[in-house]
Design a protein around this ligand. Structure first.
Ligand code: NAD
Ligand code: ZN
Length: 360
């Protein structure tokens, strides 16, 4: 048995207003005046000067607005990398992602692909990256995915939806400033928050569980219960705590794995473009069989916050389309092994998954 030697984010700053330290953090990392910092910023912040005026642009630095309407694609990563290579003679000093999981994952992938040859689709998988990424910084503006701590960047490619998992993927620097999450719309707050909740349940109920994962998972779950089920927190305290729940949830799955909801949500994402957070909710509604207590708690949270989850999204699909989703879900073997155990293939059949998808 060999244990994972897990890379972590090298530096992290936490606190309301810590975003103001960005210039101080970046300045020493500038290679030279021709090597720019490239800021990838969620386009929801276009025209929001309270945030954008604090992005310290100098010399040839560039701010690129990124739409988070769709999840990141390998073709989008390759196009951004090509644009950066064409625009600048020198390799950038760093990539800074400011946004949700979509923009954070793009920032990680671009930083990796600036130093690794070829197309990003060829690196989807585990430990295929050969060279260290350039300096990259993650600044989350919505809490839940754990993308700020993880060693993966989830991309949709021509044949699969799969992460670039590598020791070089984690950010060199993260800035956790809960103030940046203040304008997240309520539904989205819930969907992305539930991503964290589901990470906790899948980690804590999985066969890969160990004391390392459990310690982070239990803390994150405790925070989620406080945030989503109780009325004791101020809006600011809830935002502060959700940012830390996301971090802990990410740390928990880092050393274990996710489970049934994620495997099936990837299928929905690949075929129908359903986004990660809401996709997990759509699936989790129907997983009593696997996570009875977690699903009951989830439903109480959903009802308390009066959130509607899309229904009937698989109603009109053809057999061929079900097969595509089932193939994607079944290909994520470690997730099933964690959720069900070594003999998962005995109970997780194509018919079983189709019956579940039909309910969604
Ligand atoms: P997101 O980044 O897709 O953003 C969701 C929506 O919220 C977008 O419309 C965005 O514009 C908006 N938004 C973000 N911040 C806002 C703010 N402060 N104010 C107002 N609106 C704001 O959402 P997400 O759930 O954080 O990320 C989902 C992505 O994360 C998926 O692509 C998924 O694959 C990825 N993911 C990655 C990991 C990982 O470990 N790398 C883990 C889980 C999920
Ligand atoms: Zn997730």
């Amino acid at each position: 048995m060999s244990y994972k030697n897990y890379p972590m984010v090298s530096r992290v700053v936490y606190g309301r207003g810590s975003f103001n330290q960005l210039n101080e953090i970046l300045s020493p990392k500038r290679q030279n005046v021709k090597a720019p910092f490239i800021f990838l910023v969620d386009d929801v912040f276009k025209g929001k000067s309270w945030l954008t005026s604090r992005i310290p642009l100098s010399y040839d630095d560039k701010l690129l607005y990124i739409s988070a309407e769709e999840e990141p694609k390998t073709s989008q990563v390759d196009a951004l990398v090509e644009q950066i290579i064409l625009d600048y003679k020198e390799r950038p000093s760093g990539i800074i992602g400011i946004g949700g999981g979509t923009v954070l994952d793009l920032a990680k992938a671009v930083a990796l692909m600036l130093t690794n040859k070829g197309e990003s689709k060829d690196y989807q998988g585990w430990d295929l990256i050969k060279n260290p990424a350039i300096y990259h910084v993650g600044i989350p503006t919505i809490s839940g995915t754990g993308a700020e701590v993880s060693r993966t960047t989830i991309l949709t490619g021509p044949v699969r939806k799969l992460g670039i998992n590598s020791d070089y993927t984690p950010f060199d620097q993260v800035i956790l400033d809960p103030e940046l999450t203040k304008d997240v719309p309520k539904d989205q707050w819930f969907y992305t928050g539930m991503d964290c909740f589901v990470h906790c349940i899948e980690s804590l109920k999985g066969t890969y569980l160990n004391a390392f994962s459990q310690s982070y998972g239990e803390k994150a779950l405790e925070l989620c219960k406080e945030i989503f089920l109780e009325d004791t927190l101020s809006e600011e305290d809830a935002a502060d705590k959700l940012m830390m729940a996301s971090w802990h949830g990410g740390m928990s799955i880092a050393y274990s794995q996710v489970g049934v909801a994620h495997a099936m949500s990837y299928g929905l994402g690949y075929l129908l473009g359903v986004k990660h957070g809401v996709g997990n909710c759509i699936v989790f509604e129907h997983l009593e069989e696997y996570y009875p207590e977690g699903v009951a708690m989830y439903k109480a949270m959903r009802e308390k916050h009066n959130i509607t989850i899309p229904q009937g999204i698989c109603a009109d699909l053809s057999d061929k389309e079900f097969d595509i989703m089932i193939d994607v879900a079944l290909s994520l073997e470690p997730l099933w092994e964690n959720a069900i155990g070594k003999n998962w293939k005995k109970t997780i059949t194509r018919e079983k998954l189709k019956a579940l998808y039909l309910k969604m």
